[in-house]
Design a protein. Sequence first.
Length: 233
Amino acid sequence: MENRFGIRKNVVCAAACVILAAVSSWYPIPANAQGCPSIPPLTGSYFIWNPIYVQNNSSAGATPFANALSSWSAGIFGLSPYNGGYLDIRIYNASGSPAWVAHTSVYDQSGYGCSGYEDTCGVCMDSSVIYEAVIHLNIAEIADLASDYSKTVAATQESVIAHELGHAMNMGHSPTVSSCGSSLLLMNPTADPVVACDVVVPTSCDYNELANIYSGRYPQSFCGSCTEQTCYQ
Protein backbone atom coordinates (compact mmCIF):
# COMPACT_ATOMS: atom_id res chain seq x y z
CA MET A 1 0.00 0.00 0.00
CA GLU A 2 1.41 3.39 -0.97
CA ASN A 3 0.46 6.85 0.20
CA ARG A 4 1.85 10.00 -1.37
CA PHE A 5 2.00 13.28 0.53
CA GLY A 6 2.11 16.80 -0.73
CA ILE A 7 1.28 16.79 -4.42
CA ARG A 8 1.86 20.50 -4.57
CA LYS A 9 -1.04 22.74 -5.49
CA ASN A 10 -0.61 24.56 -8.79
CA VAL A 11 -0.69 28.07 -7.34
CA VAL A 12 1.00 31.32 -8.29
CA CYS A 13 1.07 33.04 -4.90
CA ALA A 14 4.12 31.07 -3.62
CA ALA A 15 5.07 32.29 -0.15
CA ALA A 16 2.11 34.67 -0.08
CA CYS A 17 -0.19 31.64 0.11
CA VAL A 18 0.05 31.89 3.87
CA ILE A 19 -2.65 34.58 3.46
CA LEU A 20 -5.05 31.67 2.90
CA ALA A 21 -4.92 31.10 6.65
CA ALA A 22 -8.08 33.18 6.99
CA VAL A 23 -10.05 31.11 4.48
CA SER A 24 -12.49 28.52 5.82
CA SER A 25 -12.12 24.83 5.09
CA TRP A 26 -13.42 23.52 1.78
CA TYR A 27 -16.16 21.36 3.30
CA PRO A 28 -17.47 20.34 6.75
CA ILE A 29 -15.03 18.18 8.68
CA PRO A 30 -16.46 14.96 10.14
CA ALA A 31 -15.58 14.66 13.83
CA ASN A 32 -15.45 11.72 16.21
CA ALA A 33 -16.62 11.60 19.81
CA GLN A 34 -13.46 13.41 20.95
CA GLY A 35 -14.20 16.32 18.64
CA CYS A 36 -11.25 15.55 16.37
CA PRO A 37 -11.44 15.18 12.57
CA SER A 38 -11.55 11.46 11.83
CA ILE A 39 -8.50 9.77 10.28
CA PRO A 40 -9.01 6.32 8.73
CA PRO A 41 -6.40 3.57 8.79
CA LEU A 42 -4.17 3.54 5.72
CA THR A 43 -4.36 -0.25 5.33
CA GLY A 44 -5.83 -3.29 7.06
CA SER A 45 -2.40 -4.03 8.57
CA TYR A 46 -1.08 -2.95 11.97
CA PHE A 47 2.12 -3.01 13.97
CA ILE A 48 1.68 -5.40 16.89
CA TRP A 49 4.90 -4.64 18.77
CA ASN A 50 6.40 -1.70 20.56
CA PRO A 51 8.81 0.07 20.27
CA ILE A 52 9.16 0.56 16.51
CA TYR A 53 12.70 0.90 15.16
CA VAL A 54 13.41 3.38 12.37
CA GLN A 55 16.51 3.76 10.19
CA ASN A 56 17.29 6.97 8.31
CA ASN A 57 19.18 6.25 5.08
CA SER A 58 18.20 9.57 3.50
CA SER A 59 20.12 12.84 3.36
CA ALA A 60 17.63 14.52 5.70
CA GLY A 61 19.33 15.99 8.74
CA ALA A 62 19.97 13.93 11.85
CA THR A 63 18.22 16.51 14.05
CA PRO A 64 14.95 16.65 12.03
CA PHE A 65 14.94 12.84 11.99
CA ALA A 66 15.47 12.59 15.75
CA ASN A 67 12.87 15.28 16.46
CA ALA A 68 10.30 13.58 14.22
CA LEU A 69 10.81 10.29 16.08
CA SER A 70 10.47 11.90 19.50
CA SER A 71 7.43 13.93 18.42
CA TRP A 72 5.37 10.73 18.17
CA SER A 73 6.55 9.38 21.50
CA ALA A 74 3.64 11.04 23.30
CA GLY A 75 1.40 8.65 21.37
CA ILE A 76 0.89 4.92 21.83
CA PHE A 77 4.19 3.93 20.20
CA GLY A 78 7.77 4.51 21.14
CA LEU A 79 9.80 5.25 18.00
CA SER A 80 13.51 4.58 18.34
CA PRO A 81 16.51 4.82 16.00
CA TYR A 82 17.58 1.47 14.57
CA ASN A 83 20.12 -0.13 16.88
CA GLY A 84 21.23 -3.13 14.88
CA GLY A 85 18.41 -5.43 15.96
CA TYR A 86 14.90 -5.42 14.53
CA LEU A 87 14.10 -2.86 11.82
CA ASP A 88 10.53 -1.74 11.12
CA ILE A 89 10.67 1.51 9.12
CA ARG A 90 13.32 2.57 6.60
CA ILE A 91 13.74 6.08 5.14
CA TYR A 92 15.45 6.79 1.79
CA ASN A 93 15.87 9.60 -0.71
CA ALA A 94 13.45 9.46 -3.62
CA SER A 95 14.83 8.48 -7.00
CA GLY A 96 14.57 10.86 -9.95
CA SER A 97 12.47 14.03 -9.75
CA PRO A 98 8.94 13.08 -8.68
CA ALA A 99 6.29 15.76 -8.21
CA TRP A 100 5.46 14.68 -4.68
CA VAL A 101 7.15 15.66 -1.44
CA ALA A 102 7.26 12.15 0.07
CA HIS A 103 5.53 8.81 -0.01
CA THR A 104 5.29 5.74 2.17
CA SER A 105 4.81 2.08 1.24
CA VAL A 106 3.51 -0.35 3.88
CA TYR A 107 4.08 -4.11 3.51
CA ASP A 108 2.22 -6.74 5.49
CA GLN A 109 3.48 -10.14 6.65
CA SER A 110 1.87 -12.13 3.83
CA GLY A 111 4.75 -13.33 1.68
CA TYR A 112 7.37 -11.95 4.09
CA GLY A 113 9.00 -12.88 7.37
CA CYS A 114 6.95 -15.42 9.33
CA SER A 115 4.04 -15.48 6.86
CA GLY A 116 1.49 -18.10 7.91
CA TYR A 117 3.08 -18.86 11.28
CA GLU A 118 2.43 -17.67 14.80
CA ASP A 119 4.92 -15.62 16.78
CA THR A 120 5.78 -16.61 20.33
CA CYS A 121 2.76 -14.66 21.63
CA GLY A 122 0.44 -16.72 19.44
CA VAL A 123 -0.29 -13.92 16.95
CA CYS A 124 -0.69 -15.03 13.36
CA MET A 125 1.75 -13.38 10.96
CA ASP A 126 -0.62 -12.63 8.10
CA SER A 127 -1.92 -9.65 6.13
CA SER A 128 -3.25 -8.04 9.32
CA VAL A 129 0.30 -7.48 10.64
CA ILE A 130 2.75 -4.93 9.22
CA TYR A 131 6.07 -6.41 8.15
CA GLU A 132 7.79 -3.11 7.38
CA ALA A 133 7.23 0.37 5.99
CA VAL A 134 9.48 2.25 3.56
CA ILE A 135 9.47 6.06 3.33
CA HIS A 136 10.93 8.00 0.37
CA LEU A 137 11.70 11.70 0.77
CA ASN A 138 12.01 14.13 -2.14
CA ILE A 139 14.78 16.21 -0.57
CA ALA A 140 14.81 18.86 -3.34
CA GLU A 141 11.04 19.35 -3.19
CA ILE A 142 11.15 19.64 0.60
CA ALA A 143 13.77 22.41 0.25
CA ASP A 144 11.60 24.21 -2.32
CA LEU A 145 8.60 23.90 -0.02
CA ALA A 146 10.59 25.45 2.83
CA SER A 147 11.69 28.30 0.59
CA ASP A 148 8.16 28.98 -0.65
CA TYR A 149 6.95 29.69 2.89
CA SER A 150 10.17 31.16 4.32
CA LYS A 151 10.64 28.22 6.68
CA THR A 152 13.86 26.46 7.56
CA VAL A 153 14.72 23.30 5.68
CA ALA A 154 15.22 21.51 9.02
CA ALA A 155 11.72 22.35 10.29
CA THR A 156 10.17 21.34 6.96
CA GLN A 157 12.07 18.06 6.90
CA GLU A 158 10.91 17.36 10.44
CA SER A 159 7.27 18.04 9.51
CA VAL A 160 7.41 15.83 6.41
CA ILE A 161 9.19 12.97 8.20
CA ALA A 162 6.70 13.11 11.08
CA HIS A 163 3.80 13.02 8.60
CA GLU A 164 5.25 9.99 6.81
CA LEU A 165 5.89 8.21 10.11
CA GLY A 166 2.16 8.58 10.73
CA HIS A 167 1.50 6.72 7.47
CA ALA A 168 4.10 4.10 8.37
CA MET A 169 2.15 3.42 11.58
CA ASN A 170 -0.98 2.91 9.42
CA MET A 171 -2.57 6.36 9.56
CA GLY A 172 -4.38 7.64 6.50
CA HIS A 173 -4.98 11.31 5.78
CA SER A 174 -7.12 13.66 7.79
CA PRO A 175 -9.81 15.61 5.89
CA THR A 176 -8.34 18.26 3.60
CA VAL A 177 -7.93 21.66 5.23
CA SER A 178 -6.39 24.68 3.49
CA SER A 179 -6.22 27.11 6.42
CA CYS A 180 -4.59 27.38 9.82
CA GLY A 181 -6.61 26.34 12.84
CA SER A 182 -7.50 23.41 15.06
CA SER A 183 -8.87 21.35 12.14
CA LEU A 184 -5.48 21.39 10.38
CA LEU A 185 -3.64 18.24 11.44
CA LEU A 186 -0.17 16.95 10.68
CA MET A 187 -1.82 14.21 8.59
CA ASN A 188 -3.38 16.73 6.18
CA PRO A 189 -3.24 15.44 2.57
CA THR A 190 -1.41 18.49 1.15
CA ALA A 191 1.90 19.78 2.40
CA ASP A 192 1.46 23.49 1.73
CA PRO A 193 -0.84 24.45 4.64
CA VAL A 194 1.02 22.14 7.04
CA VAL A 195 4.28 23.95 6.33
CA ALA A 196 2.76 27.44 6.00
CA CYS A 197 0.99 27.08 9.36
CA ASP A 198 4.02 25.62 11.19
CA VAL A 199 2.47 22.22 11.93
CA VAL A 200 5.82 20.57 12.66
CA VAL A 201 4.76 17.91 15.19
CA PRO A 202 1.62 15.80 15.65
CA THR A 203 -1.33 17.68 17.12
CA SER A 204 -3.37 16.28 20.00
CA CYS A 205 -5.90 15.10 17.43
CA ASP A 206 -3.19 13.25 15.46
CA TYR A 207 -2.29 11.41 18.68
CA ASN A 208 -5.95 10.78 19.41
CA GLU A 209 -6.65 9.37 15.95
CA LEU A 210 -3.63 7.04 16.08
CA ALA A 211 -5.02 5.68 19.35
CA ASN A 212 -8.46 5.28 17.75
CA ILE A 213 -6.97 3.37 14.80
CA TYR A 214 -5.26 0.98 17.22
CA SER A 215 -8.20 0.74 19.64
CA GLY A 216 -8.47 -2.83 20.88
CA ARG A 217 -5.15 -3.80 19.32
CA TYR A 218 -2.57 -1.86 21.31
CA PRO A 219 0.95 -3.06 20.52
CA GLN A 220 2.99 -4.98 23.05
CA SER A 221 6.65 -5.69 23.58
CA PHE A 222 8.10 -7.81 20.79
CA CYS A 223 7.57 -11.48 21.57
CA GLY A 224 10.43 -12.92 19.57
CA SER A 225 10.83 -14.85 16.36
CA CYS A 226 8.19 -16.96 14.65
CA THR A 227 7.41 -20.46 15.82
CA GLU A 228 6.80 -23.67 13.87
CA GLN A 229 3.09 -23.41 14.70
CA THR A 230 1.08 -22.56 11.61
CA CYS A 231 -1.78 -20.15 12.05
CA TYR A 232 -4.61 -22.46 11.11
CA GLN A 233 -3.73 -25.83 12.63
